[in-house]
Design a protein around this ligand. Structure first.
Ligand SMILES: Nc1ncnc2c1ncn2[C@@H]1O[C@H](COP(=O)(O)OP(=O)(O)O)[C@@H](O)[C@H]1O
Ligand SMILES: [Mg+2]
Length: 337
């Protein structure tokens, strides 16, 4: 199959994405596919072998049978590139426009999961306008939430545009710092326990597979900040996570529920908080869905599938097969009587 692999992008994760794209390209080539690399440059241009790619609605992408976006953050994972691929009329790996956009926006994702009754931490949302109008009401609403508060820009990611806050006097300044990243901010209650993640592979409900849960252990303790994520040896993955079987099953079920609720497709890594010592018995909460998780052979997503029995190359082939089997949204057809 001829596969266009997209790497780079305009987000802070440009370099991480390029490493993932190279790994995917190598893995696909080893499986016998013809790979076409497309570099999404920092200036916004799409380049192939250094030359701008011509993008014409309905015109496909460099004759590819399928596109494999290996992009993270805004302008890659947020539905914008997915919208471009819809217009180019070419099948692609991963979630569509709506679920990509929904999952990347921390506030929209939380509001949507809340409406579906998916367990997660309590939170308060703050728009720039509300903060200006009634800061006291915002601080009062946040007061009962378990500390440290986690103040996050809705568009944040890679542990940037967010900070834990313990002191009352620091909450207002933290909100203002986060409002510089985005007009919408959330203040979350602190989750206790450990961070556990599952990899998801698949399409429609009933035909979606979930990996064993893996536990993130941050080297030297502390939270899973930017450094822990992107420094070699900054974290360790325990896969499978050392959880009692019923709790592991609960984590898997929650991850599948979150994936289905957000209408994700193909792949996602779903991140949870698990507290085995919660007062009312073990608690499992959704943290977030990553629709285009890191994708090198040593990334958490690939490691979780490795621990579940699907090696990297096979994983790539499965993702292509799932992408090609996805019903296309365009063009709309009149139902036949
Ligand atoms: N409510 C919370 N309770 C405890 N830790 C949190 C909470 N929110 C975030 N964290 C810590 O911050 C990290 C990054 O937060 P997250 O919302 O996952 O943002 P990102 O999209 O940048 O990964 C988490 O992996 C966790 O270590
Ligand atoms: Mg995260």
């Amino acid at each position: 199959m001829r596969v266009a692999v997209l790497g780079g992008g305009r987000s802070l994760e440009h370099d991480v994405s390029l490493r993932g794209a190279m790994a995917v390209a190598e893995g696909l080539a080893e499986r016998g596919h013809e790979v076409v690399l497309v570099d999404l440059a920092r200036d916004g241009r799409w380049l192939h072998l250094g030359e701008p790619v011509s993008l014409t609605p309905g015109g496909g992408l460099l004759g590819a049978d399928c596109v494999f976006p290996v992009l993270h953050g805004p302008g890659g994972e947020d539905g914008s590139v997915q919208g471009m691929l819809e217009l180019l009329d070419v099948p692609y790996v991963g979630s569509g426009v709506l679920s990509s956009a929904l999952s990347l926006d921390k506030l929209a994702a939380k509001d949507s999961a809340k409406a579906a009754g998916i367990p997660q931490v309590d939170y308060v949302s703050v728009s720039a306008e509300r903060w200006e109008r009634e800061p006291e009401a915002v601080l009062a609403a946040a007061a009962p939430l378990a500390r440290p508060w986690w103040v996050k820009a809705a568009a944040g990611g890679s542990s940037l545009g967010m900070e834990p806050v313990s002191d009352d006097a620091e909450l207002g300044p933290a909100i203002e710092r986060c409002l510089q990243y985005d007009q919408r901010v959330i203040i979350e209650a602190s989750a206790s326990g450990v961070e556990v993640e599952c990899a998801i592979l698949g399409g429609p409900p009933g035909d979606t597979r979930v990996s064993v849960p893996g536990q993130i252990v941050v080297t030297g303790g502390g939270w899973y900040d930017h450094e822990a994520k992107y420094t070699e040896g900054g974290m360790q993955l325990l896969a499978p996570a050392p959880l009692p079987e019923p709790v592991a099953e609960e984590v898997k079920a929650l991850c599948l529920q979150a994936f289905a609720h957000a209408d994700c497709h193909g792949l996602a890594r779903v991140d949870c908080f698990v507290d085995l010592d919660a007062p009312g018995g073990p608690s499992v909460l959704l943290n977030e869905i990553n629709t285009l998780p890191g994708f090198t052979a040593t990334s958490v997503y690939a490691q979780l599938w490795g621990a579940t029995g699907i090696p990297y190359g096979e994983l790539l082939d499965e993702l292509l097969a799932v992408a090609l089997s996805r019903p296309r949204r365009l063009p709309l057809e009149t139902p036949q009587a």
